[in-house]
Design a protein around this ligand. Structure first.
Ligand code: ATP
Ligand code: MG
Length: 370
């Protein structure tokens, strides 16, 4: 997107000169011939940078700058003063009013452009940092919240284990076998809950690694149907437990895609486990692999609740826990599809969803052929 620069000067000639220099470099320019006009146009549209004449009749640049810096909506916009060389003594006041820099008149275009570029880059870097920081905070908040539930479950089970152990030690347990069975059951609960936490932590780490572009991919020709078939078999017991049927017609034709085998497995696993997780008991799931145009597709179609247009917009975002809830007590962190999307894109493919609320969902992955 073009950066928008507000240029404020009471001398039309200056507005023209600066405007031309900036426009020639691809910037969008918003001119203002007075302090008042400048404040007005800022209210209608926020510029990325302001070049502000220091000396102007009625309201001078210093006053304009002070007002901009007093308003939370405009405080972040960098202000660069335009000053004649005989006005240098006012510069200190300019910096005090909140300016970041100055350019002296008459203008030297390369210098003007260099300063404009620097301050725009700094502003964008600041914004990016702020966004990243907010995202990190949100990420940590949700992660901490989601890890607290299983942690308190583990603490509860551990307490039960130690109560059972003291009862045993004190010798007032009559049914030793029953007591051992209870100890074992609680130890298993601790193990399962910890495994769930480990999986969540792994997901969080994966998401971060992909985001930083540190995911190592080993792209090679892989028969898509073989990977999909293997995932279907590992997921089938979960479907069976919910009386769901997975229909998978292993194609005889072996179509190879260029992908990373373990990443691809993770992608298909996510889609199929979602179909099982969000479909009510007894429904059917269809898994297909086929050529399509230049690519090769895998489709996972379910008869679950489907997704509204609203939900589809958020579907591939981080921590998207939407209207559909797990139907068999499975856990949901809302990270799966955001990871899927990044993984598929890293393999030069695409993933999307076709669905209508109430009519099931179909998830499609398309990858380049090998
Ligand atoms: N097949 C589906 N049918 C209906 N809704 C779905 C389907 N798959 C995903 N969703 C919705 O999209 C949300 C995001 O899915 P995603 O896989 O990213 O996370 P999750 O399944 O909640 O958790 P996990 O991180 O364990 O995968 C889910 O919470 C669910 O509401
Ligand atoms: Mg999921």
């Amino acid at each position: 997107m073009k950066s928008l620069i507000l240029v404020v000067d009471d001398i039309t000639k200056n507005l023209q000169v600066v405007g031309t220099v900036l426009r020639n470099q691809g910037y969008e320019v918003m001119p203002a011939a007075s302090g008042d006009a400048a404040l007005k146009s800022v209210r209608s549209r926020l510029p990325d940078l302001i070049l502000l004449d220091l000396m102007m009749p009625v309201m001078d640049g210093l006053e304009v700058c002070r007002r901009l810096k007093a308003d939370p909506a405009t405080v972040q916009i960098p202000v660069v003063f335009l000053t004649a060389s005989n006005e240098m003594e006012h510069l200190v006041q300019g910096f005090e009013a909140g300016a970041v820099d100055y350019v002296t008149k008459p203008f030297n275009p390369p210098e003007l452009l260099a300063r404009v570029r620097t301050h725009l880059e700094l502003k964008h870097a600041r914004e990016r940092l702020r966004e990243m920081n907010e995202e990190k905070n949100e990420f940590m908040g949700i992660a901490a919240h989601d890890l607290r539930n299983p942690l308190s479950a583990i603490m509860g089970y551990a307490e039960m284990v130690s109560e059972d152990a003291s009862a045993l030690a004190e010798g007032h347990v009559k049914d030793l076998a029953a007591s051992a069975a209870e100890l074992d059951a609680n130890a298993r609960r601790i193990g399962n809950t910890a495994a769930r936490m480990a999986e969540m932590v792994q997901n969080l780490l994966d998401a971060n690694r992909i985001e930083r572009g540190e995911m190592q991919l080993n792209l090679a020709p892989i028969p898509l149907a073989t990977v999909v078939g293997a995932v279907v078999e590992t997921q089938r017991p979960h479907a069976v437990a919910k009386q769901q049927t997975i229909h998978w017609a292993a194609t005889t034709e072996s179509i190879a895609v260029l992908a990373d085998a373990s990443v691809l497995t993770q992608v298909i696993e996510n889609l199929l486990s979602n179909a099982i997780k969000y479909s009510p008991a007894g429904r059917e799931i269809f898994v297909r692999v086929q050529r399509s145009g230049d690519g090769v597709r895998c489709e996972v179609q379910d008869q679950g609740p489907g997704l509204s247009a609203e939900d589809q917009k958020k579907l591939f975002g981080k921590f998207a826990r939407l209207s559909a809830k797990p139907t068999g007590g499975e856990h949901s962190t809302g990270l799966g599809l955001s990871i899927v999307k990044k993984m598929v894109e890293a393999m030069n493919g695409k993933v999307w969803c076709a669905s209508e609320a109430g009519h099931g969902a179909t998830f499609l992955v398309e990858l380049p052929p090998a």
